[in-house]
Write a protein that binds this ligand. Structure first.
Ligand SMILES: *Cc1c(COP(=O)(O)O)cnc(C)c1O
Length: 384
């Protein structure tokens, strides 16, 4: 039995896992203390669960507990990493390198810096949606302080060579930050392996709650200094003031635990669903093209274009499937995808593109329905 609408917009957000909800509930009305209240047991209990969550997350990510800063989401983590490094190290240099396909929560702080005395280099990806390592390396200058490149793109799902970039930045003594909000849970993320200095993660892209995220900040010698962007009570070692959101921290821990526990199972299941969807489109719909590399791509992503079809027509005709044009952030503003433009697609090709983001809650039955529906509607549209 399919329950409608079929949800294929998991890059925008995901359904919260029932296990996650259950884990969070007691922390609203039973253990509701403020972890910073150090004078009594109600506060200690809350502090204990925050610290045990931090320990568990560190174990999963293969890092140290005190390398984890709890934030309100990947947006805040990205802002804190980029503005934090820029403001703390401007005396060392004022040049920052990033890519044209970053999430707005990376591109916007970078643009803000560009207007405020920093110099920025924004690198276009290759037509396959992957940034060239050589292009990035060739832009490094004496005054470069930060390179920020996402681990996986939220529109076309392409995986970036972050491991190589991170290693090169270590050699050059430049900070490297990566936005791994989409990647976590779909690739094995191991922070002892990946030499990044700063990594942003989000709860709600992996069946956790919205409004909670993590910034990993590597312990180094000398220590990384981040300039804070929130001023207040000095929580999270002064880097992120604000009362810790205990239920959401428990929620992000629980969803990370589930991701880790069920990784192999979900990886192969979701990949086979996605491949089935692609094969269906290629078999039944002439003029289907994949946007971006199929090999170096998140297993839950498909971004395709159908020749001579305007995606607006698809939304009008297909109401029982939740899919999207590009990122929720871009489409909310009525702008066309800058990611698709950056990989060289024409305006017409961009207009005929759609994005699917799959999850463990989808089924083969649903995918068969999607293939059938799209092929019917597209045949009909082409007749007119
Ligand atoms: C969703 C997303 C973000 C923003 O995460 P929030 O937790 O919603 O702030 C940042 N980067 C990427 C790549 C994303 O997909």
């Amino acid at each position: 039995m399919i329950s409608f609408p079929i949800y294929l917009d998991n890059h925008s957000t995901t359904r919260v896992d029932d296990e996650v909800i259950e884990a969070m509930l007691p922390y609203f009305n039973k253990i509701y203390g403020n972890p910073s209240s150090t004078q009594h047991k109600v506060g200690w209990e809350a502090e204990a669960v925050v610290e045990s969550s931090r320990n568990k997350i560190a174990e999963i990510l293969k890092c140290e507990p005190d390398e984890i800063i709890f934030t309100s989401g990947a947006t805040e983590s990205n802002n804190l990493a980029i503005l934090g490094i820029a403001l703390a190290y401007s005396s060392r240099g004022k040049h920052i390198i990033t890519t044209a396909i970053e999430h707005p929560s990376v591109l916007e702080p970078v643009k803000f810096l560009a207007k405020n005395g920093f110099e920025t280099t924004i690198i276009n990806p290759e037509p396959n949606g992957i940034v060239s390592i050589d292009k990035i390396f060739s832009k490094i200058r004496n005054d470069t302080i930060l390179v920020t490149v996402m681990t996986a793109n939220n529109e076309i799902g392409t995986l970036q060579p972050v491991k190589e970039i991170a290693e090169h930045c270590v050699k050059e003594n430049i900070f490297f930050h990566t936005d791994a909000a989409q990647a976590f849970g779909k690739i094995q993320l191991n922070l002892s392996d990946l030499k990044a200095d700063l990594v942003s993660l989000s709860g709600h892209k992996t069946h956790g709650p919205k409004g909670v995220g993590i910034l990993f900040m590597r312990k180094k010698n000398p220590r990384i200094r981040l300039h804070k962007i929130l001023y207040g009570g000095g929580q999270e070692k002064g880097l992120r003031s604000g009362t810790l959101n205990v239920p959401l921290i428990v929620g992000i821990r629980k969803c990370f635990e589930i991701v880790c526990r069920d990784f192999e199972k979900n990886y192969s299941f979701i990949k086979s669903l996605r491949d089935h969807l692609l094969n269906g489109f290629l078999t039944f719909i002439d003029g289907t093209h994949v946007n971006g590399s199929m090999e170096l791509r998140l297993i839950n992503n498909l971004n395709v274009r159908f020749e001579e079809i305007n995606s607006d027509m698809l939304y009008k005709r297909i109401k029982d499937i939740a899919f999207s044009t590009s990122s929720a952030c871009a489409s909310g503003k009525g702008e066309e995808s800058s990611v698709l433009a950056a990989i060289g697609l024409s305006e017409e090709q961009i207009k005929s593109s759609v994005r699917f983001g799959l999850s463990k809650y989808n089924s083969f039955e649903e995918i068969d329905y999607v293939i059938q529906k799209f092929s019917e509607v597209i045949k009909d549209l082409r007749k007119k």
